[in-house]
Write a protein that binds this ligand. Structure first.
Ligand SMILES: [Zn+2]
Length: 149
């Protein structure tokens, strides 16, 4: 349903919320749209049954259970959020080849995309603050690039 930045941030935030890798959640969140380089966008690579393959691939690359589960969460978040919009996808391929979608919004709806991006950023900062038991200002400053003169 979403743009690249939204898939990146939602995947990162959900992975991080469940205690897994921020980076690999983000990468998993973007992975399904690699099919944009094929004629089958929103086809088999947007099937929920690709979820274990994504985790297996991430495990082969990272040799880390936490990172591969994070990538799987990001992947699942991508597929499920794409399923919410008007463009259909092959959610249950290969069990079903019928394209499905809930039609609740457009993939490029700026309100939905900006809202989900902001919500994801706030969720990441809130979880980091809670885990590290540090003041909001200090946690937020972790994400601000430091400029030296
Ligand atoms: Zn997609």
């Amino acid at each position: 349903m979403l743009t690249f930045p939204t898939h990146f941030l939602v995947g990162a935030a959900l992975s991080y919320l469940f205690g897994f890798s921020l980076l690999w959640g983000a990468l998993g969140g973007m992975a399904p749209d690699l099919d944009l380089f094929t004629p089958w966008h929103r086809g088999p690579f947007h099937s929920i049954f690709m979820f274990p393959l994504m985790m297996g691939f991430a495990y082969l690359v990272t040799r880390s259970r936490k990172k591969s589960i994070g990538a799987g969460i990001g992947f699942a978040a991508h597929v499920l959020t794409d399923w919410l919009d008007r463009d259909t996808l092959l959610l249950a391929w290969p069990l079903s080849s019928s394209a499905t979608g809930l039609g609740l919004t457009e993939w490029d709806d700026p309100f939905v995309n900006v809202s989900l991006c902001l919500l994801s950023v706030v969720a990441i900062i809130a979880v980091k603050k809670r885990r590290e038991k540090r003041p909001w200002k200090d946690v937020i400053m972790d994400f601000v690039p430091k400029i030296r003169k």
